[in-house]
Each structure stands twice: as structure tokens, then as C-alpha cells.
Ligand binder design. Structure first.
Ligand SMILES: [Zn+2]
Ligand SMILES: [Zn+2]
Length: 174
């Protein structure tokens, strides 16, 4: 995700438009396997560089009910403060834990969006996801995927519940 360093962005209000179409940068969560694409505009500001734009990709996630791998589309709106600091300088990361510290976008004498994209991807990774809204999950007892049909233990449990209901409505015997 390297680009020539345009002198325009070192001036206030100077800007450059960068097209992104690349695999997820190193250090992205392993759920990101698909191409990341979009557009990012870097604009020189009084203090640092403003990055704005949009990135699209897909994350491959395990369903939180049945564990089936499925893809989730992500459409990430980019609005970040960046700095012309080297992404490999440890100094650039000292403030990384603190909220709102600018993201370094320099790599030698080139622009490099990999740290920006890495942070954005990891920030937007969905914490949980379902393969479909009505996923039935797996049976905790026998492990059957209940999307493919009810297992024997569920049938028995259903029968037992029905039997219980039957008791409820039949007159108590004394
Ligand atoms: Zn599922
Ligand atoms: Zn079962």
C-alpha cells in the first residue's frame, strides 16, 4: 500500500487521492483474507494529515451459533488523523494506545497506508456474527448442526416438554 509522496499534502489544504486495492496488510486480524479496496483522500492540515474516504472488504467469520465459516461484508468509512511519521519508527507507536493519536503513513520516502488500513480493519472486525439471522445452532449434546434437521436428543426433549404440558392439562390424580 505504498504510493509516491506527493508534496501537495505537506501543505495546508493540499490533497491527494489514493486508490486502494490490495490484500489486507500484515498484522490484520486473520479473519481478513479478501482484497481491501476503496479510495482515500489525504489532505494536508495545520497539524498533520487528514485521511478521509471509504474502504470495502470482507471478513471470514465463524458463526457464533453453529461455527460455520461465512463472509461478512464491511464498508468502512475512513476519517482519521494521520502524521508524516515512519510506520516503522517505534516512536510512532508510543502513543498508539492513547485515543486519537495520529496514525503514521510514511515509509522511507513513500506514503504507506498499511498501518492506517490495519488499524481500521481491526477496529471494524465484528465481535460476533451469525451465518444467517435464524441460524439454529448446533446441539450442545450431540453436536448436530440443527440447520440440517433436528437431532434425536432434541426430539426427545420436545417429546418430554409435550408430555409435561399434557400433565398440566390433565386433572390431578389424588
Ligand atoms: Zn450458523
Ligand atoms: Zn442433539
Amino acid at each position: 500500500m505504498r504510493y509516491p509522496l506527493e508534496p501537495a499534502i505537506t501543505q495546508e489544504c493540499g490533497w491527494v487521492k489514493l486508490r486502494v486495492s490490495a490484500p489486507p496488510p500484515a498484522g490484520s486480524a486473520p479473519e481478513f483474507r479478501d482484497l481491501v479496496s476503496g479510495t482515500i483522500v489525504l489532505t494536508g492540515a495545520r497539524a498533520g494529515i487528514a485521511a478521509a474516504g471509504r474502504l470495502r472488504t470482507q471478513a471470514t467469520l465463524a458463526c457464533s451459533r453453529c461455527t460455520k465459516q461465512h463472509k461478512v461484508r464491511l464498508d468502512i468509512e475512513v476519517s482519521e488523523e494521520c502524521a508524516l511519521e515512519d510506520i516503522d519508527q517505534p516512536r510512532a507507536y508510543q502513543g498508539a494506545a492513547s485515543e486519537g493519536s495520529p496514525i503514521p503513513i510514511l515509509n522511507g520516502n513513500e506514503l504507506d497506508l498499511s498501518e492506517l488500513v490495519r488499524q481500521l480493519l481491526n477496529l471494524h472486525l465484528p465481535p460476533r456474527s451469525l451465518c444467517k439471522p435464524d441460524c439454529a445452532g448446533i446441539c450442545p449434546d450431540c453436536g448436530q448442526d440443527l440447520n440440517e434437521g433436528m437431532c434425536e436428543c432434541n426430539k426427545q426433549a420436545a417429546d418430554a416438554r409435550l408430555a409435561g404440558l399434557g400433565d398440566l392439562f390433565s386433572p390431578a390424580e389424588d
